[in-house]
Design a protein around this ligand. Structure first.
Ligand code: F6R
Length: 249
């Protein structure tokens, strides 16, 4: 795993955006796996800025989001559809046929999970996957205890995750209890992975990623078995690594 420690959130966002931009520029066709949440907001802002300033052609870019809540409309301000439209698809002008997010309002949710997984494969798989990480080590919405062999599936969100996401809903009671998420097996099939994290509340998850035992208790440790992972974190998220004084990644 490659590790880059930046001075702050802004620098983490810039480095991440540059990496994605380099990928876009170096391939005619690229399938990007994208995350939502607070962490990538700065990265998306930077990406939008570079793309607009340099008039980058995105006609070869197809995006697949990691997850979506079950039971809220795409127009709901807490939904990942809404988040993506506002922060990425709208500003980057990505046409509808080049972007995919699981449909949390589908009549048959299990079919939706199967079809989403199939769609990723039909498009040739994900070339570059962007990830954030939950305080409890979840990636996508794969909460602790999730089997690493799972593909896209339905999850029950933990209280910690619902608390962390209430910022997008106002109050925790309004955060849906279930979501569709790419599974860890789906994520691990991506050819390249970039994980970003900032803040001291992510330090334990980052510590587990590098030094923890490969275990379902910390879903992020699944990445230990992937051959092409880059991790960009700010000083705070790296604080437990730095304390260990063994920065030899
Ligand atoms: C988002 C996702 C989640 C978040 C994680 C961190 O699509 O799949 O794994 O990356 O919950 O969220 P933030 O960035 O809000 O701390």
């Amino acid at each position: 795993m490659n590790l880059i420690i930046t001075d702050n959130y802004e620098e983490m966002s810039q480095e991440g955006a540059k990496m994605i931009l380099r990928k876009i520029l170096s391939s005619k066709q690229i399938n990007l796996g994208l995350a939502t949440g607070s962490t990538p907001l700065g990265l998306y802002k930077e990406l939008v800025k570079y793309v607009r300033e340099n008039n980058i052609n995105l006609s070869g870019v197809v995006t697949f989001n990691l997850d979506e809540y079950i039971g809220i409309l795409p127009t709901h301000q807490g939904s990942f559809h809404y988040y993506m439209e506002k922060n990425v698809f709208g500003p980057l002008n990505i046409p509808e046929n080049q972007r995919f997010i699981p449909d949390g309002m589908a009549e048959n949710i299990l079919n939706e999970c199967r079809n989403y997984e199939k769609k990723i494969q039909q498009y040739g798989g994900i070339d570059f996957q962007l990830l954030g990480v939950g305080e409890n080590g979840h990636i996508g919405f794969n909460e602790p205890g999730t089997d690493f062999t799972k593909t896209t599936h339905v999850v029950e969100l933990t209280e910690t995750t619902r608390q962390a996401n209430k910022k997008f809903f106002g109050q925790v009671e309004d955060v849906p209890g279930k979501a569709i998420t790419m599974g860890i097996s789906t994520i691990l099939r991506a050819r390249e992975i970039l994980l970003i994290a900032n803040g001291v509340h992510k330090a334990e998850a980052i510590y587990q990623l590098f030094h923890g035992e490969y275990s379902k208790d910390w879903p992020v440790t699944a990445l230990q078995k992937h051959k092409n992972v880059c991790v960009i974190v700010d000083q705070e998220a790296a604080s437990l690594l730095i304390k260990q004084n063994n920065l030899c990644y």
